[in-house]
Ligand binder design. Structure first.
Ligand code: NFE
Ligand code: MG
Length: 508
């Protein structure tokens, strides 16, 4: 029997995504992911002062604006010829501001977006105890305002009621923890979202003992939550949904641009890997974007981002998404925490290896289990801990009162690429300056990689490949599909990053 499951929109992600899956004899045989909203930031930037780019590109997304500020400022550092002149305080504060965004983003993804696929929130309905978070959830349900929790699929919530109730309390607690991360970001970054602290040449806020302290106590509260709540909850879910280590694997090729520059090297080194072969380096010249199956036209296909074009063509024949198709060496690659953790594991990172091994041991799983929907959640939680713990060391490396930026002359001409490790994966901004103004700007974003449509060779994107071969037990409640899609933590607002004055009719 053959049927098509259409989920439009997929809720509890950022932005607008439709997924279609053709199911034959209970297994997904074809899958298409469609970014259904057209946006346009790359075009808005043309002709502007280059220093506008970090401010404007942060408006691509309210979840990861810090990633865009970092990528954009890094591209401008290069274009202005000052990449090697950023003072240590500037480098460290950029890492700290960006790190705050990682922590809140990963916690947001697990508790407020993905966990509701696994946790039965209605277990809080009859709660009679004294936990204030659970009382809040119960009152919420009693009022019939089940808004964030429904609509939902039914029939596959496997956690015991006690665990579901605990996770529901953590859902409420995680809201407070994310607020702490925002406050912490604001200490050096000014505000969240759309921080003002990260600028070409460094940052704007000179650290003082007082601000370091304000940062540190919040960070320690968040670290306690990650160690005592987030990681154990992810492991508990993994224990009850062990079969999800066998679905959602996908292309098994991974990419990361590298993140968190240190005095010597980077916390996450850039690289690519194939699950079946050794880790390779990253050569940015091998990145291209195809528009063959996206609603754009261009003189050539594919193109490198430094020459990429953004000419929308709604309804183009063969197109089915506003998301372009980035490829490395012409091949499909997945980005994100799983890519970073696998790269670090393969390079025998002394912090990440024991965390991964402990998690796999607790689950009685082997390393191959990481190439899965569950593997993405585990990797994200492990990465969250690694970043939080590293931040506690970095903040103490700040030198109070010392310089945080280097000054520069605005050049008439220049070119730069800002390649960073964003919470959801590999993020790149490419800028060219002519006559002191932005002549060309292209963003290739994590979800552009992960939610990409087919490329010019007809190969499906990572998320599409992750769906292929998935058994769907109940087509009316296709848990497997949404769990795989959400494991990528997609953000379509980022992926499309285009705005037009007149709206384009949404596809159905
Ligand atoms: Ni809108 Fe983002 C991250 C970036 S994802 S959340 O992380 O860049 O495509
Ligand atoms: Mg783009």
């Amino acid at each position: 029997m053959r049927s098509t499951i259409v989920i439009d929109p997929i809720t509890r992600i950022e932005g607008h995504l439709k997924v279609e899956a053709v199911v034959e004899d209970g297994v997904v045989r074809e899958a298409r992911s469609t970014g259904t909203l057209f946006r346009g930031l790359e075009l808005i930037l043309r002709g502007r002062d280059p220093r506008d780019a970090p401010r404007v590109t942060q408006r691509i997304c309210g979840v990861c604006p810090t990633a865009h500020a970092t990528a954009s400022s890094t591209a401008l550092d290069q274009a202005f010829g000052i990449a090697g002149s950023i003072p240590d305080n500037g480098r460290i504060e950029r890492n700290l501001i960006f790190g705050c965004n990682y922590l809140q983003s990963h916690i947001l993804h697990f508790y407020h977006l993905a966990a509701l696929d696994y946790v039965d929130v209605t277990a809080a309905a009859g709660y009679q105890g004294s936990d204030s978070a659970l009382q809040t959830a119960r009152r919420f349900l009693e009022r019939g305002e089940a808004g964030p929790f429904v609509p939902r699929y039914e029939g596959d919530y496997r956690l015991p009621d006690e665990l579901s109730r605990a996770a529901t309390a953590h859902y409420v607690q995680a809201l407070d923890i994310r607020r702490r991360a925002h406050e912490m970001l604001a200490v050096f970054g000014g505000k969240m979202p759309h921080n003002v602290g990260i600028v070409p040449g460094g940052v704007t806020q000179v650290p003082e003992v007082d601000t370091i302290t304000q940062f540190l106590w919040r960070l320690n509260e968040i670290r306690t939550f990650i160690d005592g709540v987030y990681l154990p909850d992810v492991l508990a879910v993994a224990e009850h949904y062990g079969d999800h280590a066998e679905i959602g694997g996908g292309c098994r090729r991974y990419i990361d641009y590298g993140g968190f520059p240190l005095a010597d090297g980077m916390r996450f080194a850039p690289g690519t890997m194939d699950a079946d072969s050794a880790v390779g380096g990253l050569d940015a010249e091998r990145i291209t974007e195809s528009i063959r199956h996206a609603w754009y036209e261009a003189d050539a296909d594919p193109l490198p981002p430094s020459r990429g074009e953004t000419h929308p063509k709604p309804g183009k024949e063969g197109g089915y998404s506003w998301v372009k198709a980035p490829r490395y060496d012409g091949k499909v690659h997945e980005g994100g925490p799983l890519a970073r953790v696998l790269l670090a594991y393969s390079r025998e990172d002394p912090v990440i290896v024991p965390l991964v091994d402990d998690a796999l041991r607790a689950l009685g799983a082997d390393r191959d289990a990481l190439h899965s929907a569950l593997g993405r959640h585990l990797a994200r939680a492990i990465e969250c801990k690694v970043v939080a713990d590293a931040m506690a060391e970095w903040v103490l490396e700040l030198a109070p009162g010392e310089p945080v930026y280097c000054s520069y002359e605005l050049p008439e001409e220049g070119e730069g690429a800002g390649l960073v490790a964003a919470p959801r994966g590999a993020l790149g901004h490419w800028v060219r300056i002519e006559g002191g103004r932005i002549a060309h700007y292209q963003c290739v974003v994590p979800t552009t990689w992960n939610a990409s449509p087919m490329d010019d060779a007809g190969e499906p994107g990572p998320m599409e490949q992750a769906l292929l071969g998935t058994p769907v037990r109940d087509p009316d409640n296709p848990f497997e599909i949404v769990r795989i899609v959400r494991s990528f933590d997609p953000c379509l607002a980022c992926a499309v990053h285009v705005i037009r004055r007149r709206s384009v009719r949404r596809s159905r």
